[in-house]
Design a protein around this ligand. Structure first.
Ligand SMILES: Cc1ncc(COP(=O)(O)O)c(C=O)c1O
Length: 385
């Protein structure tokens, strides 16, 4: 019997917010390409006044993503960075944030080069050790911001343990769940107060649009973030909302295939004689393999490996044919990148060294192509070293 009270993940991906259009029966959510809405009289309208404030296509996506992450509401923004910035727009000068020391490079760039100018303070710690988080929390700490697994070192943080510290200290835990997607990791169920994503990645999944989302667990968060949308305007356009609505319809089957391919590519790299080290939470020699099994329901498609030097990395990256050399991740096609000069260039050499990102590291976002073709491509490219 179908469980109509508590539908499963794939059912919610396809049906929550994706109901047929009431007027026409269209099964695909219409793209409401409109800036404004006709009002019946002063102060009387159908719930929509102006598309910076709200738009029906956006409403549908916000409902869908809230359901997939187990939140009460969500707010979507023009990019992942706009979503993270929107959370911080609610802070005041003197407020303090504790965050992971190995985040996507654009996040510390926003924190250090934009938000510190407004008087917000940031402390970076290795969140793999919950004690570090507890020690760094101060009186004015408003948020603990964690990415797990980290980018590109694939280190994990224990979300349940950190959420317990946050609860005790009355600080919000915000998790960037971009790498795992809600299909493999559910931070809210583990105690997070908000979840952010770059929807650009697995949620959209087709490398054809940017976007970001904040999923909320309390009505006042949704209200404040709705105000930030209206006041600052970095909202997601109706067309981009529709792209994500279409993308999430296949999220579950894409993630299954990403995960299957990811495990096989990681096992191949781990055995390759030109590869010095592989960072993947699904390998039994990953230092947090036990936590990975407990906290995630899959290991995903993100793998980092050490080639030994910048020259070696470049030699192999010049040779890849099926894997596309480029920034970003989470698309159906395999993307391969060089963190030191791409995603983490903004950290500078010293910043990268401090957290262990080397010039020889290569990061791969394993796509859903035939895995034997991805492996053959990597094998011939590694022969160039
Ligand atoms: C983990 C993570 N968070 C946030 C972002 C920023 O998202 P966007 O590029 O959509 O602004 C990225 C981008 O690569 C990311 O990898």
């Amino acid at each position: 019997m179908p469980n109509t009270k508590h539908p499963g993940f794939s059912t919610r991906a396809l049906h929550v917010g994706q109901e047929a259009d009431a007027e026409t029966g269209a099964v695909s959510v219409p793209i409401y390409a409109t800036s404004t809405y006709v009002q019946q009289e002063i102060g009387k309208h159908k719930g929509y006044e102006y598309s910076r404030v709200s738009n029906p296509t956006r409403t549908r996506l916000e409902k869908n993503l809230a359901s997939l992450e187990g939140g009460i509401a969500s707010r979507v923004f023009a990019s992942g960075m706009a979503a993270i910035n929107a959370i911080c727009a609610m802070f005041k000068s003197g407020d303090h944030v504790v965050c992971g020391h190995n985040l996507y490079g654009g996040t510390p760039r926003l924190f250090n080069q934009v938000l510190t100018g407004y008087g917000i303070e940031f402390t970076y710690v290795d969140t793999a050790h919950v004690r570090n988080v507890e020690r760094a929390i101060r009186k004015r700490t408003r948020m603990v911001f964690v990415e797990t697994p980290t980018n590109p070192l694939m280190a994990l943080s224990d979300l349940r343990a950190i959420s317990q510290v946050c609860l005790r200290k009355k600080v919000d835990l915000v998790v960037d769940n971009t790498f795992m997607s809600p299909y493999f990791q559910q931070p809210i169920a583990l105690g997070a107060d908000m979840v952010v994503h770059s929807t650009t990645k697995f949620l959209n999944g087709h490398s054809d649009g940017l976007g970001g989302v904040v999923v909320c667990t309390r009505p006042e968060q949704a209200e404040q973030l709705g105000f930030v949308q209206k006041a600052t305007g970095a909202i997601l356009s109706p067309f981009e909302c529709w792209l994500v609505l279409r993308g999430v319809k296949t999220l579950a089957i894409r993630m299954e295939q990403h995960d299957r391919n990811g495990r096989q590519v990681a096992a191949f790299l781990a055995k390759h004689k030109k590869v010095k080290k592989v960072f993947y939470p699904g390998l039994p020699d990953h230092p947090q393999y036990e936590l990975a099994q407990r906290q995630m329901s899959g290991f995903g498609a993100m793998i980092t490996f050490e080639t030994g030097s910048l020259a070696n990395a470049n030699k192999m990256l010049r040779k890849v044919r099926i894997c596309s050399l480029g920034e970003s991740l989470g698309g159906v096609e395999t993307l391969i990148s060089h963190p030191a000069t791409m995603t983490h260039a903004a950290l500078g050499e010293k910043g990268r060294k401090q957290i262990g990102i080397t010039d020889g590291m290569v990061r791969i976002s394993v796509g859903i192509e035939g895995v034997e073709d991805i492996i053959a491509d990597l094998d011939q490219a590694l022969a160039a070293i």
